[in-house]
Design a protein around this ligand. Structure first.
Ligand code: BMA
Length: 327
């Protein structure tokens, strides 16, 4: 059994029982997509977005592609984690002196609670894509911190607690375009400003489904077995990239050590909202909610760079599946 550690109870987690005939460790929500096309006046699409529990309900930071195709981050709120009210305008980030410091684009956010604050990491514009970092307490005002890393980098994901006082960040060094390579690395910081002691975690050297690049997805989930990490794994085909969902378990004390990595993908694009959209065949996980009492998991993912969708599972079953099918 993989018991969930260091998370508060979440009895209101979105949930639907496993449908008959589903044999994998995860199943899709029958109400998908939870965010459809044209979800806000300025947004054509919302996908690759992050949600967290907040004050008995849910809050999130959403990737909203505006009508000129430029991605921006919008805040949003929900009572049930399924029906979302998205702010009409992008988040305005301020520096510590209160001056606005938005860049030209912002996409693929993750949100993590560490102690008493929420931190957002995203792909920010700094002479090319790199990892932006901001803090909020209420999802209404947001303070921008220093960018974590140099360009080019994407898929920055913070762990939800410190290790010996140090913050830990996963990231995926990349190029400035639609990167045809990519491994997951780890960096640590004493203050969320200075990053170092970089370590390699995993390479895109798995099976055919993930032989092009990989990138960390939601904030890792601490279990008694280790850190449950969902990630996207990318295959290249004559018709372009295919993004599937993978799973691994990292050592609890040293998360640069991979204990188990599933040799199969856990979900691959197969339903209409995953195979048909702006970019077909993309499952891009960015957030996971867990209830430690029931072991329930609700995984949020972007589908086909167009929709936001939900999948469900039981944490101990998923972790057991990864371990049993480890490469
Ligand atoms: C990646 C990022 C993601 C996107 C994916 C598939 O490089 O740009 O935002 O979902 O490609 O297009």
């Amino acid at each position: 059994m993989a018991g969930i550690k260091n998370l508060e109870a979440l009895p209101g987690i979105p949930w639907e029982d496993r449908p008959a005939g589903c044999h994998g460790p995860l199943w899709r929500f029958s109400g998908n997509p939870v965010i459809d096309r044209n979800p806000a006046p300025r947004a054509l699409r919302i996908y690759n977005s992050a949600v967290v529990p907040l004050d008995g309900a849910f809050a999130g930071v959403f990737r909203a592609d505006h009508r000129d195709f430029m991605p921006h981050l919008h805040a949003g709120r929900s009572q049930d984690g399924i029906h979302w009210e998205i702010d009409p305008d992008p988040i305005v980030f301020s520096d510590s002196a209160g001056n606005p410091v938005n860049g030209s684009y912002a996409y693929d956010p993750r949100v993590v609670r560490i102690e008493d604050a929420y931190y957002i990491t995203w792909c920010a514009d700094f002479h090319g894509p790199t990892i932006g970092l901001a803090r909020t307490d209420d999802f209404r005002s947001f303070t921008r911190l220093e960018n974590a890393l140099l360009p080019f980098n994407r898929n920055g994901v913070l762990f939800p607690r410190r290790f010996d006082g140090k913050y830990i960040l996963l990231s995926r060094p990349s190029d400035s375009g639609h990167t045809p390579f990519g491994d997951i690395f780890l960096s640590e910081s004493p203050d969320l400003c200075h990053w170092g002691r970089h370590r390699h975690v995993m390479s895109a050297d798995g099976g055919w489904w993930e032989d092009t690049k990989i990138g960390a997805g939601p904030v890792p989930i601490e279990t008694s077995l280790g850190w449950l990490l969902f990630y996207h794994g990318v295959a290249n085909t004559c018709n372009g990239f295919i993004y599937s969902l993978g799973g691994a378990i990292l050592d609890r004390d040293d998360p640069s050590r991979v204990l188990w990595r599933c040799r199969e993908c856990l979900l691959t694009p197969e339903t209409g909202y995953e195979t048909c959209g702006l970019v077909p065949n993309v499952i891009f996980p960015c957030a996971a909610l867990c209830d430690p009492d029931s072991g329930r998991l609700a995984l949020y993912y972007g589908a086909a760079d167009t929709f936001t969708a939900l999948a469900f599972g039981q944490v101990d079953e998923v972790a057991g599946y990864i371990r049993a099918n480890s490469r």
